[in-house]
Design a protein around this ligand. Sequence first.
Ligand SMILES: [Zn+2]
Length: 150
Amino acid sequence: MESSAVQTYSSTNAAQVEAACALHGLTQDEFRVLHRESVAAKELAYCPYSKFQVGAALLTRLGKYIAGANMENASYPVGTCAERVALARAHMDGHRDFKAIAVVTNSTLPASPCGMCRQFMREFCDLSFPVLMFDANGDFAVMKLGEVGA
Ligand SMILES: [Zn+2]
């Protein structure tokens, strides 16, 4: 995860949520469920080394939500990020078409997916794929996959 200096918005500000949803083709219900599911997923993180919980929720075009959480390992590179866990679970369940992903941490700034996760997403999602990044307070940033880390 990388700290983000991008514009952040409040998920309790209806006008900001509406604008973000309109820009990225999401309904406000989808936005709220993505946030809720990613927060719930975060609690399932396995992160005894970093103690840095990350949750992800992937929304399919069929309206299914698939959760992921980071899974660490004593050998650092063996661990896997929440985003990749969610995408792998989705693919294993037969999903191929994705509408958005949300990622949340306990940080006070939205954190963007790492380079490996962006590359992993690119395998299944185009560059306009929306990536919602929530912080611990429910503030969020949202970018297209092709803009994250650029
Ligand atoms: Zn990652």
